[in-house]
Design a protein around this ligand. Sequence first.
Ligand SMILES: [Zn+2]
Length: 532
Amino acid sequence: MPNMPRVLLIGWDGADWRILDPLLERGVLPNLASLIERGGRAVLRSTLPTHSWTAWPSFLTGVDPAEHGVFDILEGRGGEKRFPVTFRSIKERTFLEDLARAGVETLTVNVPLTFPPPPIRGRLIAGGVLPKWRAFTHPEELAGELEKAGSPWPINGMSWTTYRNRPEAFLDEVVQVTSARQKAMERLVDEDEGDWRVACFVYFSTDRVQHCLAKYVSPDHPDQTELSKTAVAARVRDVYRMLDDGLGSLISRTGPEDLVLFMSDHGFQSCTRAVHMDRLLERLGFLEFSASNAIFGPMQWGPVRAVARKVYDRLGLHGRVSLPQAVDWSKTKAYTSVRSTGEGISVNLAGREANGIVDPADFERVRDEVAERVSSFVDPETGRRPVGRIWRREEVFKGAHADLAPDLVLEAAPLYSLTHARTAVEAADWLSGDHRMDGVLAAAGPSVDRARFDGPFQLVDLAPTILAAVGAPASVRHSGSALAAVLGTEVADRAQVAGVEERAEGPDAASALDDSEASEVEEHLRGLGYLE
Ligand SMILES: [Zn+2]
């Protein structure tokens, strides 16, 4: 059906208007500027917690985290062995599966949590953090075909924490990975000319660069005015220029009847201070680390750690490995349950956590105490509170998997990160930015209504919007809704009456990764700063 309208979605992980607007003004992003000129732009609100591992599943399913069950980069809770999340961790049907059932061919490239690749109609390159030596494309031969054609797909990469204080070397890798991926994306679009009807391309470069180099481009950082004049700042802007070229190149492959969406999974805020949430809980008397420092010694790493170390070496990740100190669960009342970003705390509840010690009768009291102490904690260096807001689970999460959510959800105060520190609270070191709720959406196409495009819209609106754009029925009761500002009222209204089916079959209980793959993925996550 070559003349049916198509949907091209470009995602820049972590993109934020606060960073993009000055770049737009400087003329660094001409293709984004013309997309906005043709259509509209708004804020796109992310999920709580506000990080990629929760947000992208909400993009894929159109439902809130309480309905898809992914709250952190690791599954499981407390002292049990926790595996990195994968596609199988998403407990609701994705729009890719609905498109496949409707016979719509898709091209899905680099969307996080699409490993192991789901069987879809079309082609897919998995995104996120991948174990080496496992098939990461659908069909499986695709990776080899790209390689033979001279545009191999580089997996992983851009582990920003491992380039500590070496921005030039880090930016070299960003440029190398981004250009290789762009080349592969263009080849995929061209080969699939006329066949795909929905294409999603995600770039991580924005997120990775902003984590360590936001202070060069983000006006909310106190040093940005000075730093923006440096050579490093010029190179950071060149990354955005390169991404904008890529955006233009993909958009040039669409026609005026097609819908183009530009979005991010969350926004970004600058950081000058960082918190280690478990260390803070320790300081406040809720958590104890095991007294032994054996965990830090190479002789005591144990088999899993040893495998991890080898993998780390083989992958050529730079810098030193820092190993987390073990929590003493028998003396711990509350712990950081969103390990990747420090945005969640749970009570170490008897009967729920593997080594839980808090009696269920004391749950509310302990949780109130933790909430009160954590939110009123003052950084002695600045006199400010690192935690901006705190919610109890039931205030935020209502859904089939709300029980998997952290007992408390936290939002960092401006200029604070709730992770990436070694002590309870300290100056940000190499870290320069972290996630915030307000991401971006821009759209252009025949039905995009500029006058109604004021937003803010929700990340969970995108799945229903994409399905409605190509007339594919939704089988999921979405938390978001099809956007009339994007589709026009008639199409958006029609989407509301699509038939909802029973929830998709429960996913495999087993992790998609074996022990050594899990360790390997964890090492990458360490390099990306998502684990300590
Ligand atoms: Zn992200």
